[in-house]
Design a protein around this ligand. Sequence first.
Ligand code: PLP
Length: 367
Amino acid sequence: MSAKQWPLWLPLREDLAHLSPYGAPQVPAEATLNTNENPYAPSPDLAKAIADRVHRVATTLNRYPDRDATLLRSSLAKFINTLSGTNFTADSVWAANGSNEIIQSLFMAFGSRGALGFTPSYSMHPLIAKVIGVDWQDGGRRSDFTLDTAKAVSEIAKAKPALTFVTTPNNPTGTLLKIEEIELLAKATSEVNGLLVVDEAYAEFSEERSAVTLISRYPNVVVIRTMSKAFAFAGARVGYLLANSDVIDAMFLVRLPYHLSAITQAAAEVALEYQEELLGTVATLIQSRKRVISELEEMGLSVAPSSANFIVFSGFALEPSQLWRQLLDRGVLIRDVGLLGHLRMTIGTEAENRQFISALKEILKKI
Ligand SMILES: *Cc1c(COP(=O)(O)O)cnc(C)c1O
């Protein structure tokens, strides 16, 4: 959707009038490979377990939910401890309706001195900053999408942002920061009394050590995770934050009362009990990613190295929007992320990946 003409009688904030709403196209397609979801649906077993738990909760829906989501936050702490060998408890965890709500709360609590990020990266970071009224500055990346950490460190020293955002593996490029690089940024941000926000929406697809392991030494490091991607739970809307307990205490100041519904909390708790099943598809998706990348390279296309469940490719002699449209005409929906000469494709099931590759071959043969 593009920015609309607002009527004069509507007292809309001036700084919002020129914005367009977030809008990955939700159009029907045979292969939906555009929003980085996990293509494998919950098993009938898990679906039944969720329905049973929600049924139980339904008998008490006249009451507000646990405002502090203590049980869920403690289960999330245990989950991360299992993955990363840490020893977090519930007071280092925050949970919300998707990690986008977490990002919004971070801006509301800590936005006063502005925020810095390194583009191309997740477009919602600057967009949510704008909506909250937080100044956003763009640091850059190299042309191969890697982050020049020395340059980033000097940008942090100069801008002294309250919040510095890095996404790793990065969306939309798939590229990775090493834990040593994150540590450099943690030092640089702590020197200006700023937080380093590490968005790890795709961490489960990467072999790099998680930035949660830095939190005990760098209390200014906050790590955003989500159940929407590897965890195959996008529809439930659950994101979470790992951070020093002082950061979590600040989240309590800005959250809306009872923001996380009893149904969401219950569904997420069941999903965590089924973590083996839900994360069981990660290895499959990584294998599929490798296959798709080598097929694309055989076709003469370039693919950025990816540590996530999507790839960004270039080297086709069409406008991205044209190739996007022609793929959609063949039932394959991928994503035009507005990167010159590039398109992004989410790894799907084997059948979906094959459909994508054969459609792509057909289109590129014709030009
Ligand atoms: C998908 C994505 C999110 C948002 O996830 P939700 O938890 O579904 O709100 C956050 N950050 C990045 C980098 C993402 O790609």
